[in-house]
Ligand binder design. Structure first.
Ligand SMILES: Cc1cc2nc3c(=O)[nH]c(=O)nc-3n(C[C@H](O)[C@H](O)[C@H](O)COP(=O)(O)OP(=O)(O)OC[C@H]3O[C@@H](n4cnc5c(N)ncnc54)[C@H](O)[C@@H]3O)c2cc1C
Length: 273
């Protein structure tokens, strides 16, 4: 059977908080929406990067966990029955010639819409990965670039690499439940909130966190699945072997707009017809 093309009023690219709230706003104007996201679940950065982090700057909520905010945004959108296409990155956008647009995904899903709302945030995002031989074999297991379930680290030996807020915040948090937390940074000074740095120093003095600085990641030791140790080196060549179950590198995120950058849309230009 030939694939059918879904028709809708508004196609929304991105099911992050902006895309989800746009479904509600469009619904209030009696417009139906189809929502695309490259990720398998709605919520954008909140779902992918920090579902358990509390957020303090949402009007009406003094504090709300990111995953709960996503649930509430999805519930607010639900009465307008959006059609979700999750796990479907939109790869092409073209004008149909009658004032509308046609979107399609690599998987072959096609939607025609009278308007398109690009709520793609920073686009597709991914972590900056340390250049360690064989690291890809451990990614998603012993090497993780984000913490989606804090409890995975209970009773484990964790090496955290990086000197910014993410590295320090997770060191403080995991020190409460991990067997051992080691923070590897290439400088003595950390680039995080001064209060967090002070708390980490106090925990280091109490023996709850070990600060391994100035050192850099050098190699991973393990069987390609289970990690045995993280090898670190100082600039003057000193080598240390840190026995560990997990490595959490927090070196920031690389953002890419992906196909959107080739569609000819910007704040001033509409797609060419
Ligand atoms: C660690 C961290 C902590 C943060 N904490 C806070 C905080 O406490 N308070 C606060 O206000 N903000 C915070 N932010 C910022 C906040 O997460 C963003 O401002 C917010 O996610 C932007 O929402 P969005 O919907 O515009 O985009 P995003 O959340 O980036 O969602 C965009 C979605 O578009 C999808 N997408 C992109 N391109 C395509 C494509 N071609 N096809 C299909 N889908 C596509 C992506 O997969 C993504 O799911 C934080 C950010 C990070 C990284």
């Amino acid at each position: 059977m030939a694939p059918t093309t879904e028709k809708t009023d508004v196609a929304i690219i991105g099911a992050g908080p902006v895309g989800l709230f746009a479904v509600f706003e469009c619904g209030m104007l009696r417009m139906r929406c189809a929502v695309f996201d490259a990720l398998d679940a709605p919520g954008g950065q909140l779902t992918a990067l920090y579902p358990e982090k509390p957020i303090y700057d949402i009007p009406g909520y003094p504090r709300i966990d990111a995953a709960v905010l996503v649930e509430k945004l999805a519930a607010q959108a639900a009465p307008f029955r959006p059609v979700y296409h999750l796990g479907r990155p939109v790869t092409t956008l073209a004008a149909t010639g009658d004032g509308g647009f046609r979107l399609s995904t690599q998987a072959g899903t096609a939607v025609e819409a009278r308007a398109v709302l690009i709520a793609a945030g920073v686009g597709a995002f991914g972590p900056n990965r340390p250049p360690l031989a064989g690291i890809d074999a451990y990614e998603g297991g012993a090497v993780r670039y984000l913490v989606t379930r804090r409890d995975d680290f209970r009773g484990k030996r964790v090496v955290i690499a990086g000197g910014g807020d993410s590295a320090v915040d997770w060191a403080l948090s995991l020190a409460e439940i991990a067997a051992r937390v080691m923070v590897v940074h290439r400088r003595e000074k950390f680039r995080c909130a001064p209060e967090s740095a002070a708390r980490m120093k106090a925990l280091a003095e109490a023996g709850r966190i070990e600060i391994v600085a100035p050192f850099q990641l050098d190699a991973l030791e393990g069987d390609g699945r289970t990690l045995a140790a993280v090898i670190v080196k100082s600039l003057d060549g000193a080598v240390r072997r840190l026995e560990a179950d997990f490595l959490l590198p927090f070196f920031g995120l690389a953002m890419t707009l992906g196909p959107i950058a080739t569609w000819g849309v910007s704040s001033r230009a509409a797609p060419s017809r």
